[in-house]
Design a protein around this ligand. Structure first.
Ligand code: HPA
Length: 275
């Protein structure tokens, strides 16, 4: 057994002492987006700090909890709190929990993040379904020997964000009368926000939103054959010719205010997913 498979086995062994739940949907909640948790029924909560091989979050706005439960009658597992490159973690560490989710039974993952809007037609407070990504992290969680028992050496990325799940989200948003934007997410390391010149560059290469997460988790999900649906809450407008300073407090305020829209869409998508 490879070292990675050994670690996964140890993590699973610990989780199995707490619950025998077999969730089919995984959810990764981003910056200031923990409100979704209130919707979960029959919760079993495990602190990341107690889980072997799980990284521990260092960002104040993130909690580190793995939550099992049900929502709309479906078995789910939620990661409240995620990890970023700028905290000093490697992309392998960041995406490790996704491998564990797969072994718990997860077939679909919903991801949320806070991002800056690059598309000038988008507004602060909008929710965007990620249709595709550009990886500018300068790293990749699949670098190194490939464990063929987990996934292919050269994963295909033509459906990196499931078209089927995006269609489901668009239908749900329409029925809920919530505006849902759709676009390309570009990930950078951070932690500083970008310069005007960088925003212009990112827009030119085809990005609609910019952030510092989600891409490592998506790559590992694709590697393991998990379908991904990801949402960005657009917390600030990164328009180079009219750029205003952005502060974390404002990002969190906008994320908190817009979160109910995203939570409503996610809940509706979960309800409509095939059992
Ligand atoms: N860049 C710019 N604005 C943002 C980001 C980012 O990475 N995340 C949230 N708002």
């Amino acid at each position: 057994m490879t070292e990675l498979r050994n670690q996964i086995a140890q993590t699973l062994e610990f989780i199995r002492t707490k619950t025998d739940a077999k969730p089919v949907i995984g959810i990764i909640l981003g910056t200031g987006l923990g409100g979704f948790v209130k919707e979960i029924k029959k919760k079993i909560v495990i602190d990341y700090a107690n889980i072997p091989h799980f990284p521990v979050s260092t960002v104040e706005s993130h909690q580190g909890k793995l939550i099992f439960g049900t929502l709309a009658g479906k078995k789910i597992v939620v990661m409240q709190g995620r990890f970023h490159l700028y905290e000093g973690y490697s992309v392998k560490q960041i995406s490790y929990p996704v491998r564990v989710l797969k072994f718990l039974g997860v077939e679909n993952i919903l991801i949320s993040n806070a991002a800056g809007a690059l598309n000038p037609l988008f507004k602060k407070g909008d929710v965007m379904a990620i249709s595709d990504h550009i990886n500018l992290l300068g790293d990749n969680p699949l670098i190194g020997p490939n464990d063929d028992s987990l996934g292919p050496r050269f994963p295909d990325m033509s459906d990196a964000y499931s078209k089927e799940l995006i269609a489901l989200a668009e239908e749900a948003a329409l029925d809920l009368k919530i505006r849902l934007q759709k676009g390309v997410y570009v990930a950078l390391q951070g932690p500083n926000l970008e310069t005007k010149a960088e925003y212009r560059f990112l827009r030119t290469i085809g990005a609609d939103a910019v952030g510092m997460s989600t891409v490592p988790e998506d790559i590992i999900a694709v590697h393991m054959g998990i379908r991904v649906l990801a949402f960005s809450i657009l917390t600030d407008e990164c328009f180079p010719d009219a750029l205003q300073p952005t502060h974390l407090e404002e990002v969190l305020k906008v994320a908190t205010k817009a979160e109910p829209k995203m939570t409503a869409i996610m809940k509706e998508v979960i309800k409509r997913m095939k059992p």
